[in-house]
Design a protein. Structure first.
Length: 175
């Protein structure tokens, strides 16, 4: 049972062998195992990856197989992500106007700004789940919750990290 919790709570990242497998397909992975390998991005936990697997498949077995073949590595989440999650719960960010002062048009502008910045800096189809979350955030509070994931994605990209202060300032005008 503790092994199941380990798989669910760990964050997974591709190893160089996993990157090589993505290009060459030499290990002969099944389509489902390959799908999970493709979805591993260094940010998702086993629990989040399970959403991409049909209920008939065992995510623990798939992750174990990928770890065994050295395609991915598990990183146990430490206290830092829990501390980072605290602002997400409230959705409050210093420097933003109160949520109740924002209109539906402001929300739409913020949503488009976030999606366009991800697509232009990180690349289209690179952060599909983030784009999905931004697109479906209808209220200012929901956008502010997604904002933290947007900042994390932008800061993990070299050009995004350079431009983040400028982008954040522009976004704060409407968020």
């Amino acid at each position: 049972m503790s092994e199941t919790i380990l798989w669910a709570d760990a964050t997974y990242a591709k190893t160089p062998a996993g990157q090589f497998e993505m290009q060459t397909r030499k290990l002969g992975l099944t389509p489902m195992v390959r799908r999970v390998l493709v979805m591993v991005d260094g940010h998702r936990t086993g629990k989040e990856l399970a959403a991409f697997v049909p209920p008939t498949e065992d995510i623990d077995a798939i992750l174990a197989q990928l770890v065994e073949k050295a395609c991915i590595e598990a990183r146990v989440r430490e206290a830092a992500p829990a501390a980072a999650a605290a602002p997400v719960a409230g959705g409050d960010v210093i420097g933003m106007a109160p949520a109740e002062t924002r209109t539906a048009k402001d929300n739409e502008m913020a949503r488009h700004f976030m999606i366009n910045s991800v697509n232009s800096i990180i690349g289209q189809q690179m952060r599909v789940s983030l784009i999905h979350d931004i697109f479906h955030a209808e209220t200012t509070e929901q956008l502010r919750v997604v904002y933290h994931a947007w900042v994390e994605s932008m800061s993990n990209h070299s050009m995004g990290a350079k431009r983040l202060p400028e982008l954040r300032e522009k976004l704060f005008k409407v968020l």
